[in-house]
Design a protein around this ligand. Structure first.
Ligand code: R5P
Length: 301
C-alpha cells in the first residue's frame, strides 16, 4: 500500500452537490480543448467576455510606421492597459519584457512589403517557434477577393491545423486590399469564410451599416481593427457601436499609438469595451486623463 492519504478525517464526497457543467464564455468556443480555452482567457477577459488588443504589428509590411518608430519608448508605457499585444516575433524578442504576462497574439503570416502585392503572403513562422514564445494565439491575414486569395486561405487552414495540434488559437484577419469593399456584405462574406474554415476568432473592420449582421452571421467572436487614425471621439464612437453590434472587442493600433495621448486613449477604449461606457463619457474621460498626464509631465520637467 502506498503511504499516501493517512488522514484520519472522514472522506467527503459531497454527494448532494452535482458537478457544475459551465459553458465557456466565448461564442462558438465551447467545444475547444482546455489549452485553447486557457489561451483564449489570456486574450479575452472572462468577466466581461471582451478584449482590448493592442495591435503593433504594422512593421511586418510597412516598416517603421508612425508611432512605432521606437516601440521601447512609445509602446512599453501602454502595456499595463492592454489585455493582449499583437505583434511580430522580432519586436517581441527585441523589446517586450518577458515578464509581460498577458496574451501575445503573434503575427504568423507575411512576405510582401507595401512595395508589392500584399495578398501574396506565406506562413512566416514554425509552430515550434510559436510554442517556444508561449503565445496565446497566431494571426494570419486572409485576402478574400484578393489576387492571391486561395494562397492566403491555405495559409490560414494550415495554421489552423498546426494550432489545433498544439492547442493554439488562430486569429483570422480579414485583410482589405486597396480596391476591395469595406461594406457589411463583404465583411459577412470574408468573416464567415474564415470561421467556416476553422479560425478561432476573426478580426474585421467595422461597417457603419449593418455591422450587427456581420457579427450575427459569424459563429465565432469578432474583434474590430481600428483602421486609419480618426479624431479620438470618432474612434471611441466606432468602438462603442461595434460593441453594441456584437463585437467581442477591439484589436486597435493607430487610433491608440498615433493619438496625442496614447495612454489616455487606451484607457478610454477600455471604458467603452469593458465598462460599456457611452462614447461621450469616454471622450470626457480621455480629455481629463490627457490633461492630467500632461500636467504630471510638466511638473517633472
Ligand atoms: C494590419 O494589417 C495590422 O495587422 C494591424 O494589426 C491591424 O490593421 C490593426 O491595426 P489598426 O487599428 O492600426 O488598423
Amino acid at each position: 500500500m502506498p503511504e499516501v492519504d493517512e488522514s484520519e478525517r472522514e472522506k467527503q464526497f459531497y454527494t448532494d452537490i452535482p458537478v457544475k457543467n459551465r459553458p465557456f464564455f466565448l461564442k462558438g468556443c465551447n467545444n475547444l480543448d482546455w489549452g485553447m480555452k486557457n489561451r483564449l482567457s489570456k486574450i479575452f477577459n472572462p468577466k466581461t467576455g471582451k478584449t482590448v488588443m493592442l495591435a503593433i504589428d504594422h512593421g511586418y509590411f510597412q516598416g517603421p510606421t508612425t508611432g512605432l518608430e521606437r516601440v521601447d519608448v512609445t509602446i512599453l508605457p501602454l502595456l499595463p492597459y492592454a489585455d493582449t499585444l499583437m505583434l511580430t516575433r522580432g519586436i517581441l524578442r527585441a523589446i517586450i519584457p518577458p515578464t509581460f504576462d498577458k496574451g501575445i497574439v503573434l503575427r504568423a503570416s507575411g512576405g510582401p512589403s507595401v512595395l508589392n502585392e500584399l495578398s501574396n503572403e506565406e506562413i512566416a513562422i514554425d509552430i515550434d517557434e510559436a510554442i517556444r514564445l508561449n503565445v496565446a494565439a497566431m494571426a494570419v491575414q486572409v485576402f478574400i477577393g484578393g489576387q492571391f486569395e486561395t494562397k492566403s486561405v491555405h495559409n490560414m487552414t494550415r495554421l489552423v491545423d498546426m494550432g489545433n495540434r498544439y492547442g493554439i488559437p488562430v486569429l483570422g484577419v480579414t485583410a482589405v486590399g486597396k480596391d476591395m469593399g469595406r461594406d457589411a456584405k463583404y465583411m459577412r462574406l470574408a468573416s464567415r469564410i474564415l470561421a467556416e474554415l476553422g479560425v478561432t476568432y476573426v478580426k474585421t473592420y467595422y461597417t457603419e451599416k449593418d455591422f450587427d449582421t456581420v457579427t450575427a452571421s459569424c459563429p465565432v467572436p469578432i474583434v474590430i481593427a481600428g483602421g486609419k487614425k480618426l479624431p479620438e471621439k470618432d474612434a471611441l464612437t466606432m468602438a462603442y457601436r461595434a460593441i453594441q453590434d456584437g463585437a467581442a472587442g477591439v484589436d486597435m493600433g493607430r487610433n491608440i499609438f498615433q493619438s496625442d495621448s496614447p495612454v489616455a486613449m487606451i484607457k478610454a477604449i477600455r471604458k467603452i469595451v469593458h465598462d460599456r461606457e457611452k462614447p461621450e463619457a469616454a471622450f470626457e474621460f480621455f480629455l481629463e486623463e490627457k490633461n492630467r498626464l500632461e500636467g504630471n509631465k510638466k511638473r517633472k520637467t
